[in-house]
Design a protein around this ligand. Structure first.
Ligand SMILES: C[S@@+](CC[C@H](N)C(=O)[O-])C[C@H]1O[C@@H](n2cnc3c(N)ncnc32)[C@H](O)[C@@H]1O
Length: 213
């Protein structure tokens, strides 16, 4: 059963046709992309044999299996063909940044859909400084956890985001997203319950309070 998180990521495939799913694991995102979106081709990428085997087994049950190439690869290293959308999901933000940096020339003008388990601030900062704009964002709550999904598009215009936008997401803030509000309240609760508060924690508390509506 595909999760709400993966369904939301898939929604951002929109009308894109050629996907690279980096860290594909089970392959559910690719399956959703063929069944419910316009995918014509996908590259299922993982750097470990077990998850990639799992992905091959799951995808081999479908008619579109011949439209999927499986790459045992560290990030985009083994990808040689053009893709118009790349997903990095379920990995830490720093790993995603490292993988992008390593094979930056392969991104071309592909849409990037990113769901980082940690350090989404760093990902927003890194990519927007590289000439990407934040095209859309969504935050979902599932099994008590919050997942932010951020969609980046290459742009020639200079787009500058402030610190608050990089932390909480310019579009999520603009939308006054109800799930973001829930997350911020939860974060605030956790921070305020820390018995001994360092300067850094106090600063975080203020940042969250300033952005709560
Ligand atoms: C937690 S799973 C996430 C799976 C799926 N993307 C999702 O969001 O449900 C992370 C996957 O990324 C893979 N991975 C970790 N580092 C990687 C790398 N450097 N290159 C490719 N895949 C990697 C892992 O093997 C694992 O299958």
């Amino acid at each position: 059963m595909i999760s709400k998180r993966l369904k939301t990521i898939a929604k951002f495939l929109g009308d894109k046709k050629i996907l690279a799913d980096v860290g594909c694991d089970h392959g559910y995102l690719i399956i959703e992309g063929f069944l419910n979106y316009n995918l014509k081709k996908a590259y299922a990428i993982d750097n470990k044999e077990k998850p990639l085997e799992n992905c091959i087994n799951n995808i081999s049950k479908y008619d579109f299996k011949d439209q999927v190439e499986f790459l045992l690869s560290d990030g985009l290293e083994k990808l040689t063909d053009y893709v118009d959308v790349i997903v990095f999901a379920g990995m830490g933000g720093q790993l995603i940044i490292d993988l992008i940096e390593k094979d930056f020339h392969k991104l071309n003008d592909a849409r990037l859909i990113i769901q980082a388990n940690r350090n989404i601030y760093d990902v927003r900062k890194y990519l927007t400084e590289l000439g990407y704009l934040i095209y859309d964002e969504e935050i979902v709550q599932e099994d008590g956890k919050f997942y932010e999904i951020v969609v980046f598009e290459k742009t020639d215009e200079a787009v500058i985001y402030n610190q608050n936008e990089l932390f909480f997401g310019p579009i999520l803030l603009e939308k006054k997203d109800a799930t973001l509000k829930k997350k911020l309240k939860k974060d605030l609760d956790v921070l305020e319950n820390i018995p001994y508060k360092t300067k850094e924690i106090e600063e975080k508390i203020n940042l969250v309070k300033e952005n709560l509506w």
